[in-house]
Design a protein around this ligand. Structure first.
Ligand SMILES: O=P(O)(O)OP(=O)(O)OP(=O)(O)OC[C@H]1O[C@@H](n2cnc3c(O)ncnc32)[C@H](O)[C@@H]1O
Ligand SMILES: [Ca+2]
Length: 551
């Protein structure tokens, strides 16, 4: 540490002070050495600690791909487990542990699949979902890769030929077989959930409903997939799984992981409500400010079907909800067949009804409004028909028929939804168009759908305004969505996520730091270490420039 410099041109700063020719005192050298040693140790410890915690061993349930497609769930992660170069191993990636000694681990990426059949009242849809196996507990990774619309009616439509319900699914199952690699078939779960049509059939004719379920069960069991059951789901489940689906697809569970889902009742504004309108039932599901459940289910569920035609005197039925010039014939026996209208059955002196459209939106709204009985409410607030409805909260994603109808009327404008008065005036002027004109303008659209858009539009407005109490002020909180990304909005994805336990009970363990903070911290620790070493080197090997001041 001797300094031969003369000190005349010394630079006055902490380092150059040692170049001024005076010998540093031993005690201060010792002190500097001590500090340098301490800082180096601290930097090394920090580097190791961060590297180790950030690069903890990968979870045991990471899937190991095999060519044979045997049950990947039973395979545990193997750090040296190289993919057996089967067709399912689509990618291998190197995972470096930064500054760590753990070396290299290989992560295998293979796809997994799940099938859900939505057996609705009007038809059945088959959905195929896909996700990377090693990420099954992450959020937003499950994607819809196929949808197949089953030909013919919904399965409840086979009540008179129950044995045909199962075979009706064959073509879509074949399509699923083509989409999913054959090695994966055996482990691909398949679920069927039946909704309002089957709920109504069960009320009407339980044994027919059982036979329909057993027929579809037999067909699904004989497919090469892993059959997990065919059942009738409740309206509450339909609402809840629809809510899970849209919030999962919108990434609302992402920011703070699945804790958000589990504690969703507390994180009020962070989830979207769900509005589903099917052929024979409708659901509204949202997280309410009002945590005390007045109604045990704390959810809405109701079925709406048919109209009240008690006042008719002859077989001609003027209907304000169809376009002027539209005519349709309905068999009285069909009309009173379903459980929602059977208790209103009357002896009528005619067997058919002749519906004649009037195209009168206001009259249509008034007649629909009568369906929503708001006179009795056993709770602090109700939607209608004595069903509990807490105050509306936050945004809503509206799908199924809500979307089909609004989309046809060009009323789905995102991200700036139309105001309620624009929606009302559009539906009103559409209803006023004569049927011949409508048919000419939209000749490419199925006549059954086309004839009912006026009624459906008026019905949707009645349901949302009079039923649920949406107003001008909160109307734009409703977002009409058909798909989110590549996946359809509906209950099926939420159903599968739940049944495959892809919604973990606990937030999955992830690295404590984000990648950015991790890299930043590592760079900082490294800079501290390098500076300390440089400082020490300067201290012990004084370079010439510092020995003789050059400034
Ligand atoms: O939930 P449930 O009540 O069991 O019924 P569903 O699942 O069969 O009902 P959908 O959402 O498939 O369809 C809702 C209604 O919309 C009708 N619909 C389906 N596709 C449509 C389209 O493209 N345009 C207009 N209406 C459509 C269909 O006939 C139903 O009456
Ligand atoms: Ca449905």
């Amino acid at each position: 540490m001797d300094d031969p410099g003369d000190g005349k041109n010394a630079v006055v700063h902490p380092i150059s002070q040692q170049c001024d020719g005076t010998k540093p005192k031993m005690s201060s050298t010792r002190m500097i050495l001590l500090i340098l040693g301490f800082l180096s140790t601290l930097a090394v410890v920090a580097l190791i600690a961060v590297a180790v915690t950030q690069n903890q061993p990968l979870p045991k349930n990471i899937k190991f791909c095999t060519e044979k497609g045997s049950d990947t769930r039973s395979h545990s992660w193997q750090t040296d487990g190289l993919c057996e170069s089967g067709p399912l191993c689509v990618m291998a990636s190197t995972h470096w542990v930064w500054f760590g000694a753990s070396g290299v681990a290989w992560a295998l990426f293979c796809q997994q699949y799940g099938i859900v059949l939505d057996a609705g009242s009007s038809h059945t849809n088959l959905y195929v979902y896909e996700w990377p196996a090693e990420k099954e507990n992450d959020t937003g990774v499950v994607k819809q890769v196929e949808v197949c619309k089953v030909e013919g009616p919904g399965i409840s439509g086979y009540s008179h030929a129950t044995e045909k319900a199962g075979p009706s699914l064959a073509q879509c199952l074949q399509q699923a077989k083509e989409v999913i690699p054959s090695a994966q078939h055996k482990e691909t779960p398949v679920y069927l959930g039946a909704t309002a049509g089957m709920r109504l059939l069960r009320l009407q004719n339980e044994s027919a409903a059982d036979k329909v379920l057993s027929s579809v069960g037999n067909t699904l069991r004989s497919a090469p997939f892993n059959f997990q059951g065919a059942r009738i789901i409740t309206g509450q489940e339909e609402g809840a799984y629809g809510w899970i689906t849209i919030n999962y697809l919108l990434g609302n569970f992402k920011q703070s992981g699945w804790k958000k889902l589990l504690h969703s009742l507390k994180s009020l504004s962070e989830t979207s409500g769900a509005l589903d309108l099917g052929g024979a039932s409708t659901q509204i599901t949202f997280v309410s400010k009002d945590l005390s459940s007045e109604s045990p289910e704390n959810q809405l569920y109701f079925r709406l079907y048919g109209k009240d035609y008690q006042t008719m005197e002859n077989s001609d039925l003027p209907d304000p909800c169809f376009h002027k010039g539209y005519e349709r014939t309905i068999n009285i026996s069909d009309f009173f067949k379903n459980p929602c209208t059977s208790d209103k059955k009357k002896q009528l002196p005619f067997s058919q009804l002749y519906i004649k459209g009037e195209g009168d939106y206001q009259k249509c709204r008034e007649s629909i409004q009568k369906l929503f009985n708001k006179s009795i409410c056993p709770y602090s607030s109700c939607s209608f028909n004595e069903i509990y409805l807490p105050p509306l909260q936050g945004d809503f994603g509206a799908f199924s028929a809500f979307y089909f109808v609004m989309n046809f009327l060009n009323l789905t404008s995102e991200p700036n939804p139309f105001a309620l008065n624009k929606v009302t005036s559009t539906i009103e002027s559409f209803c006023a168009q004569p049927w011949q004109e409508v048919k000419r303008a939209y000749h490419h659209i199925k006549e059954k759908y086309l004839s009912e858009y006026c009624f459906s539009g008026a019905y949707i407005l009645s349901l949302l305004e009079n039923g649920y109490g949406f107003t001008e002020n909160n109307w734009q909180m409703i977002h009409f969505l058909g798909k989110i990304g590549s996946s359809d909005a509906g209950w099926t994805l939420g159903y599968m996520l739940n049944l495959t336990n892809m919604i973990p009970a606990e937030e999955p363990a992830g690295p404590p730091l984000s990648h950015g903070s991790y890299v930043g911290l590592m760079v900082l620790c490294s800079l501290v270490l390098v500076s300390v070493l440089l400082f020490a080197w300067l201290l012990f090997h004084k370079p010439k420039c510092l020995q003789k001041g050059i400034v």
